[in-house]
Design a protein around this ligand. Structure first.
Ligand code: NAD
Length: 467
């Protein structure tokens, strides 16, 4: 039996099966979680379908009230949720606390938006209006690096627009979503939000379900492609937020000592398990040696440990599979570059990898070309900024990128030449609920957050009247 329950049709129910959830800092079983069967997934979709007509007709002001209540409940239980998030995900408790309160803030942000009828033309012969209608049942699929905030990219806009939702968290981080379901079960009418957890085996069924009208997916590019294929038969709407290989480009006018801590944070936050982490760093040859030394010193001095311990800067990798993958990439990078800090796992239980800096490495090696999604950064030397931009753009991914310079005009000019969905100047990975976010190329399809993110949960309907 598990103390955690699925949320289906307004009821907290046991899973037909259970599964162990491991604390990545100790490798011990943290809790048993429910594991839904396909029959339970179908019940969840049926409940969401049944709840849709009434929720779609509920005035938007009432839907906003429900979202605000959810935000209140998240904040009121912030400490408990943050602790659970650290235990299941691994991140330092300060970061987990930020994620929890950020989640509440994302719910609040969407209550400031509306979906007014837009008059396109009102002339002598006709009046034409654009309406935004809800789609129906939304399948929301979330990965394990930010289980709460990434859920909050999806739920508030989906619910605000009048849709109902089946949420499926990642198998290795189901507990915070289930806890949230328990806390907010009474706020929404039965069936408006359903939460099912699986062992990586229900995503395809949710995607293909004939009563699901849209899949809002965040995860890897490989799985995103499967979602696209699975949704094709019924021409479902999809939003895909996928992997990235963000480049940072540091120009010759940057002071390495000043910039290094910001660059380090951009690459190593959440132990590098961030879709928009800086995953390759291009540094001008004139400051290359100094920048490498600064970054190596920061890596060597970073405090790695259990996220619940005071002072921890970097927690473990979230799961064993990712831990093994990152170790393999580091071993490969030892053949193509020079490791100047870190270089492998910490010799103790938990999926800990020492923050690793690799220099004298270049495009064409796996660590530069692939998404590492872990605490290891390749630092690449360049001499011509145009060439650095070309190499940044050469990736099949296109999520984010950044230019670092003390000359705003130079930085802006290069930023406009980047092909990624987001480009930052003198910072990286700055996300906010009012700023739309989406990937180019193989990093995704569509956008989340901001007004654009809300509109993705609607169907445009044009009413064209003769008069
Ligand atoms: P993943 O693709 O393995 O899993 C993501 C989710 O998809 C999980 O809930 C999983 O159970 C589910 N899933 C598995 N098979 C499925 C299928 N066939 N159909 C539908 N769903 C299925 O990704 P992950 O390893 O959990 O997350 C890491 C990846 O996510 C990285 O590539 C990272 O860059 C990316 N990511 C992207 C963003 C973004 O906004 N662009 C944000 C966070 C993470």
């Amino acid at each position: 039996m598990s103390a955690y329950k699925l949320l289906i049709g307004g009821k907290l129910v046991a899973g037909d099966m259970t599964m162990d959830v491991v604390n990545p800092a100790t490798e011990e079983v943290l809790a048993k979680a429910p594991r839904a069967s396909e029959a339970q997934l179908n019940q969840a979709v049926a409940a969401a379908k049944a709840a849709f007509p009434a929720w779609a007709k509920t005035p938007i002001a009432e839907r906003k009230q429900a979202l605000l209540k959810i935000a209140d409940v998240i904040e009121a239980n912030g400490a408990e949720l943050a602790r659970l998030l650290t235990q299941e995900q691994g991140k330092p408790i300060g970061d987990a606390t930020g994620e929890v309160y950020g989640t509440a803030a994302f719910f609040r942000y969407f209550t400031m938006l509306d979906l007014p009828i837009k008059v396109i033309e009102d002339s002598e012969g006709k009046k034409v209006e654009a309406h935004r209608k809800p789609l129906g049942v939304i399948g929301a699929i979330v990965p394990w690096n930010f289980p709460l905030i990434l859920m909050a990219f999806k739920l508030p806009p989906a619910l605000l627009a009048g849709n109902t939702v089946v949420l499926k968290p990642a198998p290795t981080t189901p507990l915070t979503s289930l806890k949230l379901g328990e806390l907010i079960a009474g706020i929404l009418p039965a069936g408006v939000l359903n939460i099912v957890t699986d062992a990586n085996d229900l995503g395809a069924a949710l995607t293909a379900h004939p009563d699901v009208r849209k899949i809002s997916f965040t995860g890897s590019t490989a799985t995103g492609a499967k979602v696209m294929a699975g949704a094709a038969g019924l021409l479902k709407r999809i939003t895909l937020e996928l992997g990235g290989n963000d480049a940072g480009i540091v120009l010759d006018d940057v002071n390495p000592k000043e910039a290094a801590p910001k660059l380090f944070q951009s690459a190593f936050q959440n132990s590098g398990q961030v879709c928009i982490a800086m995953k390759r760093l291009y540094v001008h040859e004139s400051i290359y040696d100094e920048m490498c030394s600064e970054l190596a010193a920061l890596a060597e001095n970073a405090v790695i440990g259990d996220g619940l311990e005071q002072g921890t800067q970097l927690g473990p990798l979230q799961n064993k599979m990712q831990f093994e993958k990152v170790k393999e990439l580091i071993e490969d990078a030892k053949k193509t570059g020079k490791v100047i800090a870190g270089g492998g796992a910490v010799d103790k239980p938990g999926y800990f990898i020492r923050p690793t800096i690799v220099r004298d490495i270049t495009d064409g090696s796996r660590l530069v070309d692939e998404e590492q999604f872990g605490p290891v950064l390749p630092v690449i030397k360049y001499s011509d900024p145009q060439d650095a931009v070309a190499r940044a753009n050469a990736s099949p991914y296109g999520l984010g990128g950044s230019i670092w310079s003390s000359d705003p005009k130079r930085a802006y000019d290069l930023a406009t030449q980047m092909s990624s969905g987001s480009v930052w100047i003198n910072k990286h990975a700055d996300l906010a609920p009012n700023i739309p976010f989406g990937g180019a190329g193989m990093s995704g399809l569509g956008s989340e957050l901001g007004e654009e993110g809300l509109l993705e949960f609607t169907q445009l309907q044009v009413i064209n009247m003769a008069k």
